[in-house]
Structure formats: C-alpha cells, structure tokens
Design a protein around this ligand. Structure first.
Ligand SMILES: Nc1ncnc2c1ncn2[C@@H]1O[C@H](COP(=O)(O)OP(=O)(O)OP(=O)(O)O)[C@@H](O)[C@H]1O
Length: 265
C-alpha cells in the first residue's frame, strides 16, 4: 500500500459516524440523560461504562430510536448519522434500525429456525431476489458471526435449541444480515460463559473492520480489551470521553478515577 492510500485509510478511520449534541431523555418527570454530546467514530469500538442506572442503555437506545417504543420516554437534542438528523420526521425508524442494528443483553432468537432467524431482516428489507441470494446472505452473516461451522448442518433446527453463546452469535448474525453501518450492543456478554465471551469479543474486533460498534458493558476489563474509545457516564451525565487507554490509565475527572478504581459503582 502506498503512502497516500495509508493516509486515506487513516483519515477514514477517524471519520465521525454518529454525532450527538445536547441530548436529554426524560421518562415521565424523571430526567435520565442530561445534555449528552459525543462524536462516535466509524470503524472503531466505543464502550459506554458507568454505574448501574447512569443512563448508558438509555443513550444507546437513542442512537437507533429504540426509545420511541417506550411511551414515557421523551428525547430532545440532535443526533446525526453521517450528518443526517435521525429524529427528522421523514426518517423511517424501521429503515434506521436496519442501518443501526442492535444486540441485546439476553440472547433473544425468534422461535424459528436458525436460517429464518437470519433471513428475517433481509426478507423484510427486500435484500434477496432469489432463494440462492438469500442462502448466500444467511451463510455470509453466520460466517461473520463465527457460527457457520456449528450451524451449517442444522440450519432448519430451531434457533432456541442452540447454547447460550451460540444464540448470542445467532443474534449477532441476525443483526449483521441487513448490512448495518453501526452495531449497538447492550451488555452482549452478560449471559455468557468466559469461552463464549471470548468468542464474542473476538468477533467485535473483527466487526470493527466494517462497522462502527458501540458496546455497553459493566466489565471494565472488557471495555479495555475491545474498545478504542470509552465514555464514562454518571448520574445521567457523560462525565468523560476519550481514548480507552487514557480513560483507564490517566482519567481527568475524579469521578472517572473513583469508578475505575472501584470506589463508586
Ligand atoms: N423504561 C423506563 N421507564 C422509566 N425509567 C427508566 C426506563 N428505563 C430506564 N429508566 C431509568 O433511567 C435511568 C437510566 O437507566 P439506564 O437503564 O439507561 O441505565 P444503565 O446505565 O444502562 O443501567 P444498568 O447498567 O443497570 O443497565 C435509571 O434511573 C432508570 O431507572
């Protein structure tokens, strides 16, 4: 690769994918997220950390308008994906969620076959013109989620019959099958054993070659292992955001320091 191409690639890595400005979330009268502004980079992993109830999941759900599904939630401020306001009334939340996919804490496969779990999204978004197209999409997604070898001989078996770690990888395959640009992961390893956790972490590292990944995690070790940027939340505020190494070794805010040294949380 010549110097110019390397330079272009370095620039691409630094691009902002999501930009949030002055985001507030209320649940009824409760003010859960307070004036959060952040720029999330493309092709990197961003970790959200902080004590229970500090607003990590609330903010994550703002990024693909999942809070729209909670009647008491009211979101204000501005969130842009590639410079486009995602809360613009002309934006279809279903289309948005195909671009900004989500993996939840508890693996939640549909009560359908492994194949159908992965094919569901591409089918509703009309991504396959033929059965052969769909077969190729399903295979590619299962390979990306590192599940193909374990699943290829049982594609018609129920997804719910897989082990917990396999189910979570199936949910990741389902999320990547629609070719999202951003993948939001809300504590994706909390129900997994250490081996399955290691597999999912390896996968996250691979996914960042193509996607912007945002992960909420309670494990500081996990944040340190998988992310390049870390955001620390406390009582609804985004207290500190920076390079993961800096946040863990040289935090600037005393609240971050207290949290990473185990004094709050
Ligand atoms: N659906 C909801 N309705 C009302 N209040 C909510 C709802 N979801 C979250 N909250 C409140 O908003 C605040 C932030 O919660 P959130 O789940 O975003 O925190 P979190 O940092 O992700 O916590 P945890 O680490 O425990 O998952 C909390 O006070 C919580 O009780």
């Amino acid at each position: 690769m010549n110097d110019l191409r390397l330079f272009e690639r370095a620039q691409a890595v630094d691009e902002t994918k999501i930009s949030a400005k002055g985001v507030n979330v209320h649940y009824g009268a409760a003010h859960a997220l307070k004036d959060v502004s952040v720029e999330i980079g493309d092709r990197r992993v961003t970790a959200f950390i902080g004590p229970s109830g500090c607003g990590k999941s609330t903010f994550l759900r703002c990024l693909n308008r999942m809070n729209d599904t909670i009647p008491s939630a009211r979101v204000t401020g501005r969130i842009e994906l590639d410079g486009q306001d995602i809360y613009d009334p002309r934006v279809d939340p279903v289309q948005l969620r195909a671009k900004v996919g989500m993996v939840f804490q508890k693996p939640n496969p549909f009560p359908k076959s492994i194949y159908e779990n992965v094919a569901y999204g591409p089918r509703i978004h009309g991504l396959a013109r033929s059965r052969a197209d769909m077969d190729a999409i399903v295979e590619k997604a299962l390979r990306r989620a590192a599940l193909w070898n374990e699943a290829k001989d049982r594609l018609n078996a129920p997804g719910t019959g897989l082990s917990g770690g396999q189910q979570q990888r199936l949910c990741i395959a389902r999320a990547v099958a629609t070719e999202p640009e951003v993948l939001l992961m809300d504590e994706p390893c909390s129900a997994l054993d250490p081996i399955a956790t290691a597999q999912v972490e390896e996968l996250i590292d691979e996914l960042r070659q193509n996607y912007s990944v945002v992960i909420v995690t309670h494990s500081m070790q996990q944040a340190a292992r998988v992310s390049q940027r870390t955001a620390f939340f406390h009582l609804g505020h985004l207290v500190e955001y920076g390079e993961t190494g800096q946040i863990f070794t040289n935090p600037r805010d005393p609240r971050t320091e207290s949290y990473i040294s185990g004094r709050i949380g």
